[in-house]
Write a protein that binds this ligand. Structure first.
Ligand SMILES: *[C@@H]1O[C@H](CO)[C@@H](O)[C@H](O)[C@H]1NC(C)=O
Ligand SMILES: *[C@@H]1O[C@H](CO)[C@@H](O)[C@H](O)[C@H]1NC(C)=O
Ligand SMILES: *[C@@H]1O[C@H](CO)[C@@H](O)[C@H](O)[C@H]1NC(C)=O
Ligand SMILES: *[C@@H]1O[C@H](CO)[C@@H](O)[C@H](O)[C@H]1NC(C)=O
Length: 440
């Protein structure tokens, strides 16, 4: 009896000391950093592009503003970020080749047999070339024009750029997303969290040069929008346009057939940001596209001040709001419906993990940017990057995994995941409304 009491006592103290907020449900702690809120500084410019940098010396992120036609925007990025693009693209194939066996063994149920065969016989480049052939009929020419611009501006071979842009079609990443709005948030506006879990791997060259891109397409080609990406990479996994924001997560539960013939999903998400102004417009685009992989897509709209999660797949599309049992009935106990909050945690769905639902339930009514920052560090989600969007104030908050340090990393190098680093605040009023390219 004495022993029993003693054990309970120790357990209680430990629980109290390490997780003062939500009992034993979360693995991490609230963020230990204040938000970095100094303005971005101008670095350089060329025709159709301006380069800025933001963040303290050990945590800097480039911001690039691009103007003009797709080719011109690509070219300007290629010129201004030539060294960064070489760092990533020059190291990308050695990096993903080490993933090849993993792709073949672990993805045997996910990739169609002909792609597994291609990986075995011809390696990753053959699988990427096949993906290009299957997607080109469905891909707007503007994407190829922009890649050609990046190639001409940076001197990287066009084919390499094309192959790397096919890579997201071959893999699946765990991620989390939250959309909170109206009665759920402190300012009653829409807040959106997107945390990309790709594996905190110091050998991933993408971590070296995270990039915030601000596109100002020519009149008639949509509106300005911003993406959180990597130098030279023009697909969109995380982005915002003042009208809408998007997030994405791999969907394991999909029971239908998938296809590799259609528009790459990260191009489709970018089209949503560039052209759509409401969830309905985005849903129409999704319904009417030839879709490939099965993913969850998060769509937030400032116009309606709402957020919806979408099961996106080759065969069908299903839409979830804050009242829909998610991901299906019966809903896991750890995923209660919360008024004006839509959320998916980083685990395979349906997830019965306690952390995210409990944190959101506790803060509902007063959710603010700091809540979502703390959510990411407590859930330990977003190892490669995290974007938080505040529509009311037109602000973006970005955190990235350690970008500094030698590459290839020495064996004693420890990568700090984005969810354990300082968030940088980017004032999008400064960037998104800046439709004049003064550098011309
Ligand atoms: C500015 O960009 C040009 C390319 O247009 C490059 O040659 C130059 O080195 C850059 N300057 C700085 C300070 O980065
Ligand atoms: C979002 O909508 C609110 C309310 O209508 C408005 O005050 C705010 O400026 C909008 N945000 C953006 C980025 O347009
Ligand atoms: C697949 O899942 C959907 C949605 O839950 C369901 O409507 C459909 O009947 C399922 N199909 C099969 C073949 O299990
Ligand atoms: C890692 O090892 C290198 C040389 O082996 C040393 O110079 C460096 O200080 C070490 N870094 C850390 C973080 O221990």
């Amino acid at each position: 009896m004495k022993n029993y009491l003693f054990i309970c006592f120790v357990f209680f103290i430990t629980l109290y000391n390490t997780t003062p907020f939500v009992g034993a449900q979360c693995d991490g702690q609230p963020s230990k950093y204040p938000i970095y809120n100094e303005a971005a500084t101008f670095v350089n410019q060329t025709q159709n592009g301006k380069l800025y940098i933001i963040g303290p010396p050990d945590n800097q992120v480039n911001i690039i503003e691009l103007y003009g036609t797709p080719y011109e925007m690509g070219y300007a990025q290629g010129v201004l970020l030539k060294n960064e693009i070489h760092d990533i693209f020059g190291n990308f194939f050695p990096y993903i080749t080490t993933m090849l066996n993993n792709l073949i063994t672990k993805y045997a149920d996910y990739l169609p047999k002909f792609l597994i065969d291609a990986l075995e016989k011809g390696g990753i480049k053959l699988a990427l070339d096949i993906t290009y052939e299957l997607t080109k009929k469905y891909t707007p020419q503007s994407f190829y024009d922009e890649m050609k611009g990046i190639s001409d501006g940076s001197g990287i071979d066009y084919n390499t750029i094309l192959q790397i842009h096919m890579f997201p079609e071959l893999i699946k990443a765990a991620c989390s997303m939250v959309g909170a709005y109206d009665t759920a948030t402190a300012n009653n506006g829409l807040l959106q969290l997107r945390a990309l879990d790709f594996g905190a791997d110091a050998t991933n060259p993408m971590r070296l040069h995270p990039l915030v891109t601000v596109y100002h397409p020519n009149a008639g080609s949509g509106h300005s929008f911003t993406t959180l990406t990597w130098a030279g990479f023009l697909g969109t996994l995380t982005g915002y346009s003042q009208h809408m924001a998007i997030c994405e997560k791999y969907w394991y539960g999909y029971n239908g057939t998938s296809s590799r013939e259609g528009i790459p999903w990260h191009f489709l998400l970018r089209e949503i940001l560039q052209y759509d102004e409401s969830i309905d417009e985005a849903l129409n685009r999704i319904y009417n596209s030839e879709r490939t992989c099965s993913i969850f897509v998060g769509l937030g709209s400032n116009e309606t001040n709402t957020f919806k999660a979408v099961e996106y797949s080759h065969e069908y599309v299903r839409v979830f709001d804050d009242q829909t049992p998610f991901p299906a009935a019966p809903q896991p106990a750890a995923h209660p419906n919360i008024k004006d909050v839509v959320y998916i945690d980083k685990f395979v769905q349906p997830s019965n993990h306690q952390c995210l639902g409990a944190l959101l339930q506790k803060s509902v009514g007063s959710i603010d940017v700091q809540t979502l920052i703390d959510v990411s560090s407590q859930l330990q989600t977003g190892d490669l990057h995290i974007g938080i969007f505040d529509f009311q104030n037109n602000q973006m908050y970005v955190s990235v995994a350690s970008q500094q340090g030698p590459y290839p990393p020495p064996s004693n190098f420890t990568l700090i995941p984005a969810y354990d680093r300082q968030f940088l605040q980017i004032d999008l009023n400064q960037f998104l409304n800046n439709n004049n390219n003064n550098s011309n």
